[in-house]
Design a protein around this ligand. Structure first.
Ligand code: PLP
Length: 402
């Protein structure tokens, strides 16, 4: 454990873009005694959960729940639908898109990695026109899937998945559409059925406000049909046995019972607030945080305002300033964790998470920690981001629908 030079009283500020803070209500739900995962009480919980989870993905199709981190659900999406040597089209939006592409290679797939040149690609979303052009060239339909990240957690850029669907349709191409919304679900608008997604991959530790440890594959009929022919080896991840057991609310192996209690509570919380209110609250926070970055006179990592992420904001440091040094000062002085720059943007930016169980004042405190820490680190700031965000939040009260 790192020794701080002060006693950290009060709560730690966990403002990384996931894991996000877990609400007390969820922690309490998870603290209930573990029950028999083959007993009647569990079956009732499982059936209820498997119905409710569909509403968050906006799907009528089954959603698989794995006792695994998001990486496991990434792998499950690929190996359930594809065969060794299959070509897949992936798009470089940042670190997570890059890791997924590496995984595809390790699984003996043949990924083609499209993207804008250099770091440009890490400042913009998926370019649907590039996908359309590539698919139109693929007249023999050798590309079996298009895989894209909806909310690129390493950069704070969201991609337009409806536009990717339109691109696939415009090319008249039969490729599956596989989407990672590990950090987007329940924070950024997401519509599995309407956008014609075949497999959506997600995780527990972001917008769902749970600890890490469970992850998801939302399916389509086309994905289920593909899984019957897919030849990559699979056992633990295989959808068929899970779908069969899920019919009665069970799993073929021991599920993460207590995390599922937490998930049940999280889904109730989202329904009580209304998913659209939850999404609006994230948009509003993100806008307030961007006002702060602008007032500081710093750059936002995302360069296309139409795809600013409602989940997190990447703050670029001026030339010559090491973002990790700034984060270290902020952590040690204010007990505030911020996301580090990953991969190509390591040391050039840090990430402020504004997802899940936050409120205006936790974000104001977070911005206060950033502002004071940047001053201590010698970052030249134009003005007060805290004041700008306070003004934004005051001028834009939250209106709840429903
Ligand atoms: N994809 C995205 C967009 C992510 O943000 C993450 C984790 O932060 C992952 C994949 C990997 O998920 P996990 O770390 O839960 O395995």
């Amino acid at each position: 454990m790192l020794k701080l030079d002060f006693h950290p009283s009060g709560r730690h500020f966990l403002q990384i873009p996931g894991p996000s803070p877990v609400p007390d209500r969820i922690l309490r739900a998870m603290s209930l005694p573990t029950i028999d995962h083959r007993g009647p009480e569990f079956g009732a919980l499982g059936r209820d959960l498997l119905t409710k989870i569909k509403r968050v993905f906006k799907t009528e199709s089954p959603v698989i729940i794995y006792p695994a981190s998001g990486t496991g659900a990434w792998e499950a999406a690929l190996i359930n639908t594809l065969s060794p040597g299959d070509r897949v089209l992936m798009f470089e939006t940042g670190h997570f898109a890059t890791l997924w592409q590496k995984m595809a290679r390790r699984l003996s797939l043949e990924p083609e990695f499209l993207g804008l040149p250099g770091v440009e690609g890490w400042r913009h979303g998926v370019q649907a026109d590039m996908i359309e052009a590539r698919l139109k060239e693929d007249t023999h339909h050798e590309l079996k899937a298009v895989c894209v990240v909806h909310n690129e957690t390493s950069t704070g850029v969201t991609s337009d998945i409806a536009a990717v669907r339109r691109a696939i349709d415009a090319a008249g191409h039969p490729a599956l559409l596989i989407v990672d919304t590990i950090s987007g679900l329940a924070s950024a608008d997401y519509r599995h059925d309407e956008w014609g997604v075949d497999v959506t991959v997600s995780g527990s530790q972001k917008g769902l406000m749970l600890p890490p440890g469970i992850s998801f594959n939302a399916l389509s009929d086309k994905a289920i049909a593909a899984s019957a022919k897919a030849q990559l080896p699979k056992s633990f991840w295989a959808w068929d046995e899970i779908l069969e057991a899920n019919k009665n609310g069970y799993w073929p192996y021991t599920p993460s019972t207590n995390l599922l209690y937490g998930l049940n509570e999280a889904l109730d919380m989202l329904e009580e607030e209304g998913l659209e209110n939850v999404l609006a609250r994230h948009q509003r926070w993100a806008a307030g945080v961007r006002c702060a970055v602008e007032a500081w006179g710093l750059e936002i990592q995302c360069q296309d305002p139409s795809v600013y992420s409602p989940v997190l904001t990447g703050v670029v440091m001026p030339e010559g300033i090491d973002a990790d040094e700034v984060r270290k000062i902020i952590y040690e002085r204010f007990d505030l964790s911020l996301g580090m720059g990953l991969g190509k943007v390591k040391g050039t930016m840090f990430r402020i998470g504004h997802l899940g169980d936050c409120n205006d004042l936790t974000l104001i405190a977070t911005l206060g920690g950033c502002e004071a820490g940047m001053k201590l680190a010698g970052v030249p700031l134009k003005g007060s981001g805290v004041t700008a965000a306070l003004d934004y939040f005051a001028a834009h009260p939250m209106h709840r629908a429903g």
